[in-house]
Ligand binder design. Structure first.
Ligand code: ZN
Length: 166
């Protein structure tokens, strides 16, 4: 499951009031540790804060990507190598920084990417004020190529994708 690391034990503070996910609790550290230890779940990064990484200054973006990976790896007790970009949004600089931080694979949302251009909110406080398009399809990218995520998604509970606690 993809974990917004800075929100562990907190709530979804990035989706606007139009979203049913707004305010939903995020699993706590003990729950994530137990899930990973049980072998059924693999923990992957969803960034540190739920920010549009494209909009962050490069040093801040790199620091967040690295911190998210380090914290989650420590929690999981093994290296965390996968990432889902917050909002599914990335660009060339974001992908290069994800690679540099040591991620081997990252998931993007190509439809949202096309819909938002560069107008997406940078961080949760901005996300609460701005409406965002609903409905999206996902694609999976290594830093350089993309293919469909549909099959991978089918087997995963939607709540699990972002580390929701039911
Ligand atoms: Zn997200």
């Amino acid at each position: 499951m993809f974990v917004p690391v800075g929100n562990i034990g907190g709530v979804n503070d990035w989706d606007g009031p139009e979203s049913v996910l707004a305010g939903k609790p995020i699993a706590a550290a003990e729950e994530l540790r137990a899930a990973a230890a049980g072998g059924r779940w693999e923990l992957a990064s969803h960034g540190l804060r739920h920010c549009d990484l494209r909009a962050l200054p490069a040093p801040e973006r790199r620091a967040q990507l690295l911190a998210a990976q380090e914290r989650l790896s420590s929690l999981a007790g093994r290296p965390v190598l996968d990432l889902a970009y917050p909002f599914g949004l990335s660009d060339q600089a974001v992908r290069a920084d994800a690679r540099a931080a040591g991620y081997r694979m990252a998931f993007a949302d190509s439809r949202r990417q096309a819909a938002t251009a560069s107008r997406s909110p940078a961080c949760p406080s901005a996300a609460r004020r701005a409406g965002r398009p609903s409905g999206s399809s996902s694609s999976r990218t290594s830093a350089t190529s993309s293919d469909s995520l549909a099959g991978w998604r089918a087997g995963s509970p939607a709540r699990g994708l972002k580390g929701w606690r039911s």
